[in-house]
Design a protein around this ligand. Structure first.
Ligand code: SF4
Length: 175
């Protein structure tokens, strides 16, 4: 909050472009949260012309976190906007495993696409339909969606592969 206050004061006092960042934010977990909150407040206030994310970890993650912050605020789009549900008693597949795998395997896609991984047939199809690509889990299987239409039913063990394949195909063909 000291950083936020300092940048707020500075932005009132001078007319220079400001490079914003949260210094010594910590590890990937805690540093991501502190950077997201701090930079999010500043950017939402319209403060910041360039930014950095500083984490005790792989610099690649710093870039990924930076883009996620910008994507969340709707300032810049790049790569996958990943949507997944928190799971509940309705979920009958190992959704956490599928979601983690899909997000990881699509990490290098630069094209801006929304991908949804949802756990059940009750609330899942809505989100999966609204996304560019999505899956909605069932009992030991799931439905695969592409631009709002059901493509096919896929066994649980092949859900991640099927979804990743569809997205990569689109990322290539649509540029
Ligand atoms: S989409 Fe289905 S499984 Fe996921 S949280 Fe919502 S109701 Fe539960």
């Amino acid at each position: 909050m000291k950083t936020v206050s300092a940048y707020r004061l500075l932005s009132q006092a001078v007319d220079y472009p400001l490079h914003i960042g949260i210094t010594e934010a910590g590890t990937i977990f805690s540093g991501t949260i502190k950077s997201s909150v701090g930079l999010g407040i500043l950017l939402a206030d319209g403060i910041g012309d360039t930014m950095r994310v500083s984490l005790t970890g792989d610099p690649v993650d710093e870039v990924r976190v930076g883009y996620e912050i910008l994507k969340s605020l709707g300032i810049r789009q790049r790569g996958i906007n990943f949507v997944s549900c928190p799971t509940c008693g309705r979920c009958q597949i190992n959704l956490i495993k599928v979601a983690e795998e899909v997000e990881k395997r699509l990490g290098a896609v630069e094209k801006s696409l929304t991908v949804a991984v949802m756990g059940c047939v009750v609330n899942g199809p809505g989100e999966a339909r609204e996304a560019d690509f999505g899956v909605a889990g069932g009992r030991g299987e799931g439905l695969l969606f592409r631009h709002g239409e059901i493509v096919r039913k896929v066994p649980e063990g092949e859900l991640a592969d099927a979804l990743v394949e569809e997205v990569l195909k689109a990322a290539k063909s649509e540029g």
